[in-house]
Design a protein around this ligand. Sequence first.
Ligand code: MN3
Length: 256
Amino acid sequence: MSERTSNQTTTVQPDPFPLSRRHLLKASMLGGAALLAPAWGLELLLPGRARAATPHVLPPLPYADTALDPVISAKTIGFHYGKHHQGYVTKLNELLGTAPALAELPLEELIRKTAGDPAQKALFNNAAQVWNHTFYWNSLKKGGPAAPTGKLLDAVNASFGDLTRLKEALAKAAVGQFGSGWAWLVAEGSALKVVATPNAETPLTSSQNPLLTIDVWEHAYYLDYQNKRKDYVEAVLATLINWEFAQQRFEAGGAK
Ligand code: MN3
């Protein structure tokens, strides 16, 4: 689903992070080139990129660090985005310093290329964590529609019965994931599924199109909820799911 691959030929791929792009456009109107320094993550956001992928950059949060309060506090976002997410970006660039061939690849290609290769485990982990976290920030929004509409709503009803059952399935996957990992809503063809992945694993390496994710690493919730992962997951599902984002991805159809 990479929109950044240089040899786009047939399939129209979804914008992986449309909200971030909106920020980018806003930045462009406001400040011009100076504001479009690498901090805005040009190589992650612009289609048809033709230059080298590195250095990878931390994409902007699609909202202020206080925007998800009180479900997710600014303090949690400060560490999660500012330290953990940034940390994966920094480590990824460090590892790519000794892997020049891989340094040329856009992030999503890099993730797919290194997936399942024991010799590239560290690279895969950091690259996938960069992507997963950007996807996570875009999966969350306060004040958006409380439910999907249109084709996504039809698919929710067809695959789960109703939205309540979908949320129950997501909660079960998120709470039940042993140790660190992620719970995802994905599309496989026209069907929706809930899956959980351990550590840095991501549906991006499968035929599934990720629509939403919930980070269940302890760093995602420990400052706000301590050991009560269930409370964090239920609060996110109740008020923070960005159904517009899921809908855009579903309707664009991201399956490879
Ligand atoms: Mn995390």
